[in-house]
Design a protein around this ligand. Structure first.
Ligand code: FAD
Length: 494
């Protein structure tokens, strides 16, 4: 039986991992982009939420799967070598919000979130000296974690592919084909792909995919903007700090990312329906974040330490609840849509839930593979390693001694391994962004100003393409304009 997953975000990738455990399932993971995880899954806060902010009376599935996801990530991250930390979080309580704070402690008890309690200001400040003087108390949740979401997607896909999932990138699903009430496959920009079951995990575009089988709902694009500071700032809270959630979002966060940068944000702004990929940032949005963050911290780092602004788009479902459904009309169509926060946290639990639905609704008998491999190793890095270890790396491969990215200490050997891994999962185009996410080159203070060209040169050499034609990400993002020297050589040009 062939199962095809539309969308290789954290949800599609988690479902692919679970699907790869079973015999008799021929699994395809399909994405319109050149690489995996380039939707909401690469631009979010990266928090593994504890689950005490979810009201089980309003959203029972969200509440249950968030708590389960938080627990499951500990094992998944170990098996897949995904960098993760669980520093715990402080939800700061300001004058007038005492009742709200108590509600979250109650929700923690109801949802079974361990260790959540209300701290008076003195105790909160002892745990985290950076909290602002305005906070009168804090809700402490020790199980909150931080993950690099793009690392998580890449690891999941590498693991799924090693267990025989086929990844098809640059493949846009245009229509799900149904005949006699059953799913038959999908029509894409590359032609028809046959499938018995189609899982719709297309993020903000899931409503459009679902529309092709006659389902009628709309996902609202809700943008969240961020500010990223470099890793050398002197404001480094040890714990995640955030404000009380609002009906629109989980509020503004201050968090030290896995790469040790200080991240603040996001905003929450509803966009018109035709702006699903509008990830631009604005002066208003960024000012809002700075204002909110300065209420959370005693002081903010100076603005000249900001290295990047970016934004992500939340796929807001009609009544706030995730749309997770296995339909019998048409038979074989499964929606995993409108997965707004805490979708990253819940992803492993959502994937297991989808398989339970699939078994129940379609009466499938799925046999586990004997040969399933739960493990995957990340790229070995020389950054932060002692000199004697780096020496060993260089003895093994001298290209570890050739540093390409000085901000993040990334060697040529690591860049080449990133490219090898992109080829291993079957990417058609080796993009600069793909190399950046895997190697962490171009991720530091200069954001690639110094190393981008050297990396593009490595890509052009390996791919046998001209340097100017190396792409940042999409087809429209080539590095140069063409071979300008052809004009000097008097050759014909367009
Ligand atoms: C600002 C912001 C902050 C957040 N913070 C957190 C947080 O801290 N913790 C947390 O738990 N959650 C957080 N979330 C939520 C989390 O990011 C999402 O729930 C999660 O990333 C959704 O994953 P997804 O796979 O459903 O969607 P996506 O990651 O968007 O993936 C969908 C994929 O489908 C592909 N696609 C779309 N249409 C097609 C098509 N027609 N054919 C082929 N492919 C297609 C896209 O290219 C994309 O790769 C946040 C979200 C945002 C935006």
């Amino acid at each position: 039986m062939r199962l095809l997953i539309v969308g290789s975000g954290i949800i599609g990738a988690s479902i692919a991992r679970i699907a790869s455990m079973y015999k008799d399932l021929d699994v395809y993971l399909v994405d319109r982009e050149a690489d995996v995880g380039w939707g909401a899954s690469k631009a979010n806060t990266g928090i593994i939420h504890p689950g005490h902010e979810e009201d089980p009376n309003l959203y029972p599935l969200r509440a249950r799967l968030c708590v389960e996801g938080n627990r499951l990530w500990r094992n998944w991250a170990r098996e897949l070598d995904i960098p993760i930390r669980f520093p715990g979080e402080l939800m700061l309580v300001f004058e007038g919000f005492e009742g709200e704070a108590k509600r979250y402690v109650d929700l923690a008890r109801i949802n079974g979130v361990p260790g959540v309690r209300l701290l008076y200001r003195d105790e909160a400040e002892r745990i985290e000296p950076y909290i602002s003087g305005e906070a009168i108390a804090a809700v402490w949740a020790p199980t909150a974690g931080v993950i690099s979401p793009i690392d998580a997607v890449i690891a999941l896909v590498e693991n799924a592919v090693s267990n025989n999932v086929k990844l098809l990138t640059e493949t846009e699903v245009r229509r799900v084909i149904v005949s006699d009430g059953r799913v038959k496959g999908v029509e894409t920009n590359r032609g028809f792909i046959e499938a018995d079951i189609v899982v719709n995990a297309a993020g903000i575009y899931a409503d459009e995919v679902a529309g092709t089988v006659g389902l009628d709902y709309k996902l609202k694009p809700r943008r969240g903007e961020y500010i990223l500071f470099d890793s050398f700032v002197d404001v480094k809270p040890k714990h995640i700090i955030h404000s009380v959630p609002t009906p629109m979002s989980k509020g503004v966060y201050v968090v030290e990312t896995i790469e040790r940068n200080l991240l603040i944000g996001p905003t929450a702004e509803d966009l018109p329906n035709d702006s699903k990929n509008d990830t631009s940032t604005s002066i208003e949005g960024l000012s809002k974040i700075l204002n909110e963050a300065s209420r959370l911290l005693k002081k903010l780092p100076p603005r000249d330490r900001i290295i990047k602004f970016f934004a992500g788009i939340r796929p807001e479902p009609p009544n706030g609840d995730w749309i997770i459904e296995a339909y019998t009309d048409p038979w074989g169509f499964i929606d995993v849509a409108g997965i707004r926060s805490p979708g990253l946290t819940a992803a492993p639990a959502i994937a297991i839930h989808v398989f339970n639905l699939l078994r129940d609704k379609y009466d499938l008998k799925l046999e586990p593979k004997d040969s399933w491999n739960p493990y995957r190793r990340g790229i070995a890095r020389i950054k932060d390693k002692p000199k004697r270890i780096i020496k060993k790396f260089i003895e093994k491969d001298p290209r570890y001694g050739s540093i390409i990215c000085w901000c993040n200490m990334v060697s040529e050997a690591e860049i080449l391994e990133a490219i090898d891994r992109m080829k291993y999962i079957g990417l058609k185009t080796i993009t600069l962004d793909g190399v950046k996410f895997r190697s962490k080159a171009m991720y530091g203070f200069c954001q690639g100003s110094f190393c981008r060209c050297r990396i593009a040169y490595l890509i052009s050499r390996i791919e046998g393409i001209p340097l100017w034609s190396v792409k940042m990400n999409s087809d429209k993002s080539i590095l140069g304009v063409g071979d300008v020297k052809s004009i000097l050589r008097g050759e014909p040009h367009d």
